[in-house]
Ligand binder design. Structure first.
Ligand code: C5J
Length: 242
């Protein structure tokens, strides 16, 4: 069992029963010319999330945690995009419109793809989702059940929209959830801070939050324990050798 120094208290997980859910690290949200920018947001605010999220993925992959990448996108005919979603607000480009990175939030278009640092690797799971929550209209629940996953670690963008929605969906489904602070971000820093506070309030009403440093330290500690048990023969080995 790995224990992370988290809030409101320690978060424990076994890698074999844990998945990292990395939410929507797509060019359309993180780079200029995409959906986030079309909504009038300063996308440069999300740049620091990229290296932190990439490190979290690498740390989790190294200890055998299943890595799941979600991708908010729609079919080219927009049949899975409710008009309410497409028509709301006054973005300079709507979902499905052609933009500098192809059609906005449409599957297979460059903008809907992942930023290079967060490209899925063999063995990872990719979940395309039409909504904000990653359980809605997807096979995520079945994937997690098949793999006997009980705990989820979260990162990705944006904190108060797709990350929080998915974490709440997961919480209602009985998953213990940890959100890693530096690996998530928002166009609105105050919304990120409020989301982190809401998640861990009331004894962890939605789940836990922890710094990336705390996750790194917990994994380093777990690895040092492994090398120690490898280096020190246990009693039965000693007696065999005697
Ligand atoms: C948004 C997301 N913000 N991935 N999507 O529309 O959070």
């Amino acid at each position: 069992m790995i224990q992370v120094d988290a809030l409101p208290g320690p978060f424990e997980f076994e890698p074999a029963h844990t998945a990292l859910v990395m939410i929507d690290m797509q060019r359309d949200f993180i780079e200029p010319g995409g959906f986030g920018a079309a909504l009038g947001n300063d996308v440069s605010l999300l740049a620091p999330v990229v290296p932190a999220a990439a490190e979290l993925v690498a740390l989790c992959r190294a200890i055998g945690v299943l890595v799941v990448h979600t991708q908010e996108c729609h079919r080219p005919d927009l049949s899975d995009c409710p008009p309410a979603k497409r028509l709301r607000g006054k973005p300079s480009l709507r979902i499905g419109d052609p933009g500098p990175m192809g059609r906005i939030l449409i599957e297979g278009e460059p903008g809907a793809g992942f930023v290079p640092e967060l490209m899925p690797q063999p063995g990872d799971v990719v979940i395309a989702k039409p909504g904000k929550g990653a359980f809605y209209g997807t096979r995520l629940a079945e994937v997690l059940q098949d793999q006997q996953i009980t705990r989820l670690i979260f990162g990705g963008v944006t904190t108060e929209v797709c990350v929080q929605t998915t974490m709440r969906e997961a919480n209602d489904r009985g998953y213990e959830c940890l959100l890693v602070e530096e690996a998530t971000g928002s166009y609105f820093p105050q919304f990120k801070a409020a989301t982190l506070a809401m998640i861990r309030a009331q004894g962890g009403i939605v789940g836990w939050t922890a710094s990336l440093r705390a996750v790194r330290a917990a994994l380093d500690f777990a690895r040092s324990g492994e090398s120690l048990s490898f280096a020190l023969p246990n009693e039965s080995n000693q007696s065999k050798g005697a």
